[in-house]
Write a protein that binds this ligand. Structure first.
Ligand SMILES: [Zn+2]
Length: 200
């Protein structure tokens, strides 16, 4: 979050489109923060997209002919798609598409988020992006949730989340741990990175 992953994804998609390839962009219909039929970056950049509940419905929605013509498919907020692995596998391996995936690898508790990490082994390249820690300006690897809401999928922007470095994530965690009793077992399965963009 805030590391410019949507901006980076849009840049890639526009560049592919500029070099004559046919592109399409997909985002999760769970994210209704901005326009429903556009991908919009934090700084206001816009691109038309398909807002879908799952990826399996994409080919049907688009139509077989249009799908065949596609060269490149961009997927934003990919952590929200449960069928990410199967879709990427089929589209890249069997249908010959280039898939550019952007999403969060970890949630606010630094647990693996959706299927994002599952598609890393499928990728040709992986780029880890980092934001700036809102408290010290250092490299931010983690997302700090500002509210006490504990469900994993809580969609929001800077109203709910802020990027933090390791030190401020850990110091914030210990402060919260001592004041909040509902939070049970903490697991920290993954090291570092906040956002991942994978190309297949
Ligand atoms: Zn910091």
């Amino acid at each position: 979050m805030f590391a410019g992953k949507t901006t980076g994804l849009l840049r890639r998609i526009k560049s592919e489109s500029g070099s004559g390839r046919t592109v399409a962009m997909i985002k999760s219909s769970k994210d209704t923060r901005y326009a429903k039929d556009s991908v919009v970056t934090h700084d206001g950049l816009k691109f038309p997209c398909w807002a879908l509940p799952d990826l399996a419905s994409f080919q049907h929605k688009l139509g077989d002919d249009e799908y065949q013509k596609l060269d490149v498919i961009g997927i934003d907020e990919a952590q929200f798609f449960e069928d990410l692995y199967d879709f990427c596998c089929k589209a890249a391996d069997h249908d010959g598409k280039t898939i550019i995936v952007a999403g969060l690898d970890g949630d606010y508790l630094r647990r693996s988020f959706g299927s994002m990490l599952d598609v890393i082994p499928l990728a040709d390249t992986v780029t880890k992006l980092t934001a700036r820690c809102e408290l010290c300006g250092g490299r931010a690897f983690f997302t700090w949730r500002k509210t006490s809401e504990t469900k994993t999928e809580l969609i929001g922007g800077s109203d709910l989340y802020m990027p933090v470095c390791r030190q401020h994530y850990v110091s914030g965690e210990s402060a919260i741990e001592s004041t909040r009793t509902v939070l049970e077992s903490f697991k920290v399965p993954h090291d570092s990175q906040t956002e991942v963009s994978a190309v297949m």
